[in-house]
Design a binder for this molecule. Structure first.
Ligand SMILES: Cc1cc2nc3c(=O)[nH]c(=O)nc-3n(C[C@H](O)[C@H](O)[C@H](O)COP(=O)(O)OP(=O)(O)OC[C@H]3O[C@@H](n4cnc5c(N)ncnc54)[C@H](O)[C@@H]3O)c2cc1C
Length: 289
C-alpha cells in the first residue's frame, strides 16, 4: 500500500481535504478502512472545463478485469468520500488511469478536479462490474456503445488482446455533446494502431465511430438515431445489428441505457450478466441524483 503524508500540493488550497498517513505527532490521523488503499497521482490532463484524466500508481496486488470499476475518492473532513469509477487503463498496465467528469457542485469532483502529481487518492480494493467479456456469449462483432465518460471502461477493453481473439471485429462508438469532448480520439486512432503489441490487431479489428449531438460534426446525433436510421451501418459498411452474430456493451447515461437497451431487445438481443451471459450488457456511467 502506498501512503503519502500529503493529499494535495500546498498551492491547490483545498482545506476540506484531510491528509492521510503519517502526520505530525499532534495531529490525529484518520484510519483508512480495510476495503480501501491509497495511490499517488502521477499525472493529470485537463481536456475541457468538464473532463479530465489522471494517472495513479498501482499496487501490484490490485487486479481487475478490463471493463470493471472500483470505488475512488478522497478523504474529506476525516472521512472517505467515494464514488464508482471505471478503470480506463489496461488490466496489465503498471499504472491506473481514470477519465473523470468535473461537476461544479459535485461533492467529489469539485475537489478531485484540483488533484496534482504527488496527491493521494483512495481506491477500493474490490473491482466489479458487468462490462466484462465473460458476460457475453461468443459472437463475431462486438459493439461498445459509450456516451461521455462511459468511454472509460471501453478504453480498458480495447487494450485487451483477449478481446481481439474473441471477436473478429470491435466497433467502439463514442457520443459526446461537443467535439472537444471526444477525448482519447487521438489515442484510439493514432497511438493504438501503432502499439507495439496490439497495433496489428487494432488495425485489423477495431473501428472507432465518434458522433456529436450538440454542434456540427461529420457524424451528428444520438447513437440510437444513427442506428435506427441505418446511418451507422451504412457508414461502417456493416449489416444492421443482428443478435445471431453481434454482441454489445453499453455505458452511458440512464437515458442511453434505457433507449439503446430497448432498441436491442426489439431486435432480439437478450441482456446478459456474469452468471448468465447474453447478447448485450449495460452499465450506468453515473447515477443521476
Ligand atoms: C458504475 C459506475 C461507474 C462510473 N465511472 C465513472 C468514471 O469512470 N468517470 C466519471 O467521471 N464518473 C464515473 N461515474 C460517476 C461517478 O461515480 C460520480 O458520480 C462522479 O465522479 C461525480 O461525483 P460527484 O461527487 O462530484 O457528484 P455526484 O453527486 O456523484 O453527481 C452529481 C451529478 O453529476 C452528474 N454526473 C455524475 N457523474 C457524471 C458523469 N460521469 N458524466 C456526466 N454527468 C455526471 C449526475 O447528474 C449527478 O446527479 C461512475 C458511476 C457509476 C455508477
Amino acid at each position: 500500500m502506498h501512503q503519502s503524508t500529503r493529499l494535495i500540493p500546498e498551492d491547490t488550497a483545498l482545506s476540506a481535504i484531510q491528509p492521510l498517513g503519517p502526520a505530525g505527532a499532534d495531529r490525529a490521523v484518520p484510519a483508512l478502512p480495510a476495503a480501501l488503499s491509497t495511490e499517488t497521482v502521477l499525472a493529470v490532463r485537463h481536456w475541457t472545463e468538464r473532463l479530465f484524466s489522471f494517472t495513479l500508481t498501482r499496487d501490484p496486488g490490485f487486479r481487475f478485469q478490463s471493463g470493471q470499476f472500483t470505488l475512488l475518492g478522497l478523504m474529506v473532513d476525516g472521512r472517505p468520500l467515494l464514488r464508482p469509477y471505471s478503470m480506463a487503463s489496461a488490466h496489465y498496465d503498471t499504472t491506473l488511469e481514470f477519465l473523470s467528469v468535473k461537476m461544479a457542485n459535485g461533492p467529489l469532483t469539485s475537489r478531485l478536479r484540483h488533484i496534482a502529481p504527488g496527491a493521494t487518492v483512495l481506491i477500493g480494493r474490490k473491482p466489479t462490474g458487468t462490462l466484462v467479456q465473460d458476460s457475453l456469449l461468443p459472437g463475431r462483432t462486438l459493439y461498445l456503445f459509450a456516451t461521455g465518460t462511459g468511454l472509460a471502461p471501453f478504453l480498458s477493453l480495447v487494450k485487451d488482446p483477449d478481446l481481439y481473439t474473441r471477436f473478429d471485429r470491435v466497433v467502439l462508438t463514442h457520443t459526446s455533446r461537443l467535439v472537444n469532448e471526444l477525448v482519447h480520439a487521438e489515442h484510439i486512432t493514432h497511438e493504438l494502431p501503432r502499439h507495439e503489441l496490439l497495433g496489428e490487431m487494432v488495425r485489423e479489428r477495431l473501428i472507432y465511430y465518434p458522433s456529436v449531438t450538440g454542434e456540427p460534426f461529420r457524424t451528428s446525433g444520438r447513437i440510437t438515431g444513427l442506428i435506427e436510421s441505418g446511418r451507422m451501418s451504412a457508414d461502417l459498411g456493416l449489416p444492421p445489428l443482428d443478435p445471431t452474430t453481434d454482441r454489445a456493451m453499453i455505458c452511458g447515461s440512464t437515458a442511453l441505457l434505457v433507449d439503446l437497451g430497448a432498441l436491442l431487445v426489439r431486435r432480439g438481443f437478450r441482456e446478459g450478466s456474469l452468471s448468465r451471459p447474453g447478447e448485450f450488457v449495460i452499465e450506468k456511467a453515473f447515477v443521476a441524483r
